[in-house]
Write a protein that binds this ligand. Sequence first.
Ligand SMILES: [Cu+2]
Length: 185
Amino acid sequence: MMKLLGAGFAALVLSAACSAQDPDTSLPAAAGESAVVTTHNGLQIEGAWMRTPPGGRDMTAAYVLIHGGTATDRLIAARSDQTSRIELHTVISEGGIMQMRPVEGYDIPAGGWLELAPRGHHMMVFGLAAEAIEAGQIDVTLVFAEGGEQIVTFPIQTMAPGVMHTHDGLGEHNHAGQNRSHDPQ
Ligand SMILES: [Cu+2]
């Protein structure tokens, strides 16, 4: 999906909006929303959440929005002690049917962003511990090619948090609107 987005356009919009002064980055997490986590190389991770698996199952998906830093990075793996494994997946259309495929990683463009969201890129979670579901959250280690390992707490919930509201509300940039234009749906 990201490849369809004009890199120059994204850089233009986000270089100003995602600076250190961006009010987005200093907002505390609201109920049901993960805190904004910043890696040592300036990646900003927000909107993390994992979907509550349907009754009795232990397989689910997890999502996150990662703002790029000043250099391109790559999300190459994810893991948690409270799962048996986490795979990086994308969704492709094959013969008109949407299907999931494992991928080696996702690029995070400098000045751009990587979004994992329902019907698109996602982390596929296998063997989720019942204790994590009961606790309503899980610590997941995200592994970046340049940014190293970063632990992020994912709330476990049935619906997406209102992660885009900060972008919509503050008027400087609008990921939600841009993403719709290259959403696979
Ligand atoms: Cu999947």
